[in-house]
Design a protein around this ligand. Structure first.
Ligand SMILES: Nc1nc2c(ncn2[C@@H]2O[C@H](COP(=O)(O)OP(=O)(O)OP(=O)(O)O)[C@@H](O)[C@H]2O)c(=O)[nH]1
Ligand SMILES: [Mg+2]
Length: 267
């Protein structure tokens, strides 16, 4: 088991800060404890409850994280819970648009340890959009009560992203979670999230379409989410198609792994 940063500290209810150092986007299926984690970190009191679909728009909060050498002000954004980011529902649209176009330094995906498999679609979809990700395996107290054992190291080696077991309702291991997130943001850990492949026929279609699109829109050449963009085009996603037509898709700060620059997106 990984050790917490013993001298690190989360300070909630912060009032006086002059600048925000980093932004975390909270992503996950409905009812996995995103708002519970948000409330624990920020000291706020947004709606939580044991039914899905409580958070319907994005909510911002702030906290400070003290390490032995420094202190950082974090903005954290609680996004609506979604099973996927195809943009079929208003919640999916909010979460998808923020993940793809918004300005954040890391996507923190909250997983339900009692229902892991159901969470993985969203995990892989998020990996397609950004490589700055960390996974929080929440509800491990419930999983233990139900006799569910998860081999975290094996799951980490498959997904190729750090996974931190937490209990959002008590704050257990949240120090370590934020410490690891900070290491990823600051490039101290480089991660390359696992990618899934489509059946070969579809992969070929994706590649052909990609070449065709790049001919007209060469600015998309190095876009890290290019495959995700192509899949959205294949689905007939009007919003994405319109953005490509307007040449409005640029690489946003969360997708730019090497440098921390302002959001480059212009709509
Ligand atoms: N036992 C236990 N319960 C938790 C934990 N984290 C959250 N919960 C409970 O799980 C339920 C759902 O939590 P929320 O924080 O509302 O979940 P959410 O992901 O924000 O849900 P939506 O906004 O609907 O997407 C609540 O009843 C919480 O009290 C945990 O670590 N352990
Ligand atoms: Mg919520």
């Amino acid at each position: 088991m990984k050790k917490e940063c013993e001298n690190c500290q989360i300070l909630k209810n912060i009032k006086n800060y002059t600048k925000i150092d980093y932004t975390i986007a909270l992503v996950g299926n409905p009812n996995v404890g995103k708002s519970t984690l948000f409330n624990y970190l920020t000291g706020m009191n947004v709606r939580v409850g044991n039914w899905p679909g409580k958070t319907v728009s994005k909510i911002e909060g702030f906290f400070e994280f003290k390490t032995p050498d420094n202190k950082y002000v974090f903005k954290i954004i609680d996004l609506p819970g979604v099973y996927s980011i195809f943009s079929f529902t208003p919640e999916e649209e909010v979460t998808r648009n923020f993940l793809f176009l918004g300005s954040y330094d890391i996507a923190l995906i909250v997983l339900d340890a009692t229902n892991l498999e159901k969470n993985l679609i969203l995990v892989f979809q998020t990996f397609d959009i950004t490589s700055k990700v960390i996974l929080a395996l929440n509800l491990i107290d419930e999983a233990k009560r139900k006799g569910i054992i998860i081999d975290i190291e094996k799951l980490e080696s498959k997904l190729k992203v750090p996974i931190i077991p937490i209990i959002a309702s008590t704050g257990y291991n949240t120090n370590l979670l934020i410490y690891k997130a900070l290491e990823i943001i600051q490039g101290k850990i480089t991660i390359t999230p696992a990618k899934y492949t489509q059946p070969p026929e579809l992969e070929q279609i994706i590649e052909e379409l990609k070449q065709e699109i790049l001919e007209y829109y060469p600015e998309l050449q190095n876009h890290p989410a290019i495959k995700w963009i192509i899949l959205r085009i294949l689905e007939g996603d009007k919003f994405i198609i319109e953005m490509i037509r307007k040449k409005a898709i640029k690489i946003s700060s969360s997708q730019n792994i090497k440098t921390k620059s302002p959001d480059l997106l212009i709509i």
